[in-house]
Every structure is written in C-alpha cells, then in structure tokens.
Write a protein of this length. Sequence first.
Length: 394
Amino acid sequence: MIDRISIDKIMDVARVVDVVSDFIELRQSGHELTAPCPLHDGTHLNHFKVIPAKNFYYCFVCGKGGGPVDFLMEYKGLSYPDAIRWLGQKYGIFVDEEQKRFNQVKHSEPKKIKKLPELKTLYLPFSIVKPRLDTSQDTFCNWVRSLPWNKEQKARVESVLLSYAVGHSYKGHTIFWQIDHEAHVHTGKMMKYLPDGHRDKTTNPDWIHATLARKRNADDPWPHPELYNPDEQQMRPCLFGLHLVHAQNIKRWEVNIVESEKTAIIMAIAQGTSHGLWMATGGLQFLKPEVLKPLFDLKLNIVLHPDHDGDARWRKKMADFGYKYGDDYQVNNFYVNIAWKEGIDSEKADCADIVVRQLDDVQRNSKTCRLNYLMEKHPTIKRLVEKLDLQIER
C-alpha cells in the first residue's frame, strides 16, 4: 500500500499539462490548451480542454475529465496505485519498489505548445431554439409552476419562463439557452431535474453544442457541420438571461448575478422587475471578465448574490480579475445571511433556496391558521383533534 505522505507529495507537483503533453500535442487557445480528445479518438480540435490554472482536463463530447491521475487511469488504463507510481517515476519521487516498472516514463520538461489561430465564436441559428420552447412536459418547469406563489408571482410564471427562453429536450432535459445581448445563440445548458426541483445527480449536465458534435452512427463522419465545426468555431459562454438587457428602462436597473439558472428563474418570478434583471453564470467557473464585459460596456450596475458559504470565493474571483468592490460591483447577502435560518437552511443555500423555503413557510402557516379558525367555529373538530392527540404545527 502506498502511504499518504507519498501520495500528497505526488499531488503537490503533478501537473496535468505535463502528463497530457507526454502523449498528445496540445495547442494554446486563450488561457486553455486544446486538442482532439485522446480518450474517445476524437478528430476535431476544441473538444478536449486542458485548464492549467485548475490543473484539470475535460472533454465536452465524452464528458471525461479530472486531474493528472484521472488522465493516466483513463488513457493508459492504469490502476490508481500505478498512476501514482507512474507520476512518482516521472517527477523523481520515490513511492515504492513497484514504480521501477515505469522506468521509461519521461521526466517533466517544458513543452512546445502551438498557438491556435483565433477561432470564430459559435453562433447557432434561433431556429434551433423555437421548437424546444414547449415546456408543458418539462419536470423543472412544472415544479416551478407548482410552487405556492402569491397571486402576482403566479401571474409572472409563464412570462418569465418564456422571456428566458427556457426549453425542453425530447430526452427530458431542461434547456437553459445562452443568448447574448445581440440575440446570438451561443449554446444551451441541458440539465435533468427531479419532481421536487432538485437536480438529478445521476445524470451529468450536457450542452447543445456538444450534442451537435457527437456521432449518431459509427459511419457518420460529422453530425452537423452546417451548425458547428469545432475546427473553425469556438463556443464562448455568456450569461444566462443576457438577451434581456435591452428590456425597457434597463439602464435604471441593477443586474443581479447568481450562479445557477434555476436561481435566476426563481428570483425573476419572486421579485418581478422590482430589483432589476436576474442572470446566471451557470457555474462559478464561468464568472470571467469576457462574460461580464457586455454589462460593463452597457454601464449597468452589477450586484453579485453568492451562496451562503460562497461570499469569499466570489469576492476573490472578482479581485483576481482586477474588479473593485464598490466601484465595479456590489454584493447582496440579504437572503443568504439575514433571511438564512440555522438548522433549517443548508450551508450552500442560495437566495432561491431561501425564497422557496419562505414560500413553504407561508403556505404551512396559512394552513395552520385555517385549521385553528375551523376549530374555533366547530367544537367537534377541536374535540376530534384532542381525541387523536394531533399536533398542530406553529
């Protein structure tokens, strides 16, 4: 058995760029490195990404990703202990006598990485969005519809789902289309939900542009070259809801940025336009200068809404990008700090989690009030409750 100290030493020095470039040629694309995916014999650039800053790789087609150890296990078919031994041999760290089997491993050296020419931004036709806007059978949208909204909020549900262009795929995914301020469709994030509104974690999120790159049959050379060719186009993410910035009086509004698309939808229904627009990054990894740039160009007020335990991470990312709190952006922690209840709300709760819990509280209290009223008017009901020793929630 390999001891924990040796494993930690390996993990401290092992870089995914060093390991991957021992086997395939990587090319520079912005802050990332790209190549045809070696894990599923891909032939097109820009599917397989290596992100040096995160020491992470990912393929948008086959969905495989991880660090140096994960790559060796996938690409070389090594067990976890052998992957550690392979890395120990590469970086000159003694693990155990077994690592002698890997005496041909290259030592880490600076690699020459070719720089790719700038690829065009992928824009999909709006015709791909329209057929998928029927959400009558969508699990997430029907959960949203079922929430105990008040009268004004309930009247907003359908208009919010339509204005954000929430879609539904034939395989049961909810589609959160990314449409920019110039009405260009960048892609769609596809997620499956359970009837209670939680994400179905048995399935991974998917992307519309990735589905366009997949083969349907073994002899299919390329499914949709007329829509997406990764050798010529690159998907660049934008904020979910960005296309709404040209709504009336937007320059007098704030743009509230949350992490998940679900949260943006819930908050837009809960508050209407009283607090401005709600947009989502789709993940903290997408909180980037190029994603925020359209908002700064339009001179809009940016307000971040971190999760309960995410304030420090959000502020650090903004500081790393050179943004100044107070000058370039604000932070609103009302829901996740003031309205958050210890022992009831989770540490990772965001503002939408708090709003949904508050809606449930109101409904529960309303039912309790109605029962108390009936007990006062009808002593028979009161005697029945006392006889059965029923507990009425307060």
